[in-house]
Design a binder for this molecule. Structure first.
Ligand code: SAH
Length: 272
């Protein structure tokens, strides 16, 4: 777990906060100092706003950026920055929550994901977009989660009724987190395996979710052997949408839906 601290001069704090909340929608910690305000975001690498260490421009001013590992035995303070994430779409809802938060009240998919292990506490714009797009579809057949992180999308898919569900990642921490999270939620139907998507195609399934980043999505498109019926891709910036959609067209996949949130986009590509 990393604490990413962003220090802004007091007089520009509001503007910095405004822009920071675009990057860290689940909220920030605030510490007031003399002449400055420090905002902090807690998360694992990759999930944190990508700001260069040292100094960065935010809200029109120069801010100081510093990331430090939060020791395991440190205060439990960071926990309050991991709130449940609720996504509702297509008449369904899902809550992704840390174990210490209350379950969803009423109908819906309640998922426990322990933060601090792998990317994907549900709070990132791109994860939320993928969840939203998944909730809107009628679940059918097999689903593969390429780059599963904590397994949040695979677990949600299994609960929605996709069967079988395959979750792959090249990071052993992600595979372990996905297995643990599946167990913590009593979900048996998720097969977890290692795959390096930059070297070979991910396991085929009728539906694929791939919340990766632009260069890797381009690689994935280039290596695709058999097109899935539907692939939901995210991890791309708004400006990258057209390029990513175009990369999949040679496989007969066409854009059926596009969503934006913050600076991010997600696409649904379907076989013609
Ligand atoms: N699906 C989760 C996590 C997305 S983060 C969610 O939506 O929240 C992207 C994941 O892709 C990370 O877990 C990272 O380890 C994985 N990844 C990055 N490069 C990869 C590669 N070359 N092969 C396989 N997985 C990769």
């Amino acid at each position: 777990m990393i604490r990413l601290a962003i220090r802004a001069p007091s007089e520009a704090a509001e503007r910095v906060l405004g822009e920071l909340l675009e990057l860290a929608p689940s909220g920030v910690e605030q510490v007031d100092g003399r002449g400055f305000v420090e905002y902090a975001v807690y998360g694992v690498p990759g999930e944190l706003p990508s700001l260069p260490s040292g100094s960065a421009r935010l809200g029109g001013v120069t801010v100081e950026v510093r990331g430090e590992e939060v020791p395991d035995d440190w205060s439990e303070r960071w926990k309050q920055w991991h709130r449940p994430v609720d996504v509702a779409a297509g008449g369904r809802r899902v809550r992704v929550r840390p174990p210490w938060e209350a379950p969803l009240d009423g109908e819906g998919i309640d998922l426990i994901v322990d933060p601090g292990q792998a990317f994907g506490t549900g709070g990132h714009h791109t994860t939320r977009l993928c969840l939203e797009l998944l909730l809107e579809r009628e679940p059918a057949g097999a689903l593969a989660d390429w780059g599963c992180g904590s397994g949040v999308l695979a677990l949600a898919a299994a609960r929605l009724g996709y069967d079988p569900v395959l979750a792959v990642d090249f990071d052993p921490t992600a595979l372990e987190a996905t297995r643990e999270n599946a167990e913590a939620n009593g979900i048996a139907g998720v097969a977890v395996g290692h795959a390096d998507l930059s070297g070979s195609p991910g396991p085929w399934a009728d539906t694929v979710v791939a919340n990766l980043v632009r260069p890797l999505l381009l690689d994935v498109a280039a290596r695709l052997e058999q097109a899935p019926r539907v692939i939901i891709v995210s991890g791309l910036l708004r400006a990258e949408g057209d390029e990513i959609a175009a990369a999949f067209t040679p496989h007969g996949l066409r854009e059926a839906d596009r969503r934006d949130s913050g600076e991010w986009s997600a696409l649904v590509l379907e076989s013609r």
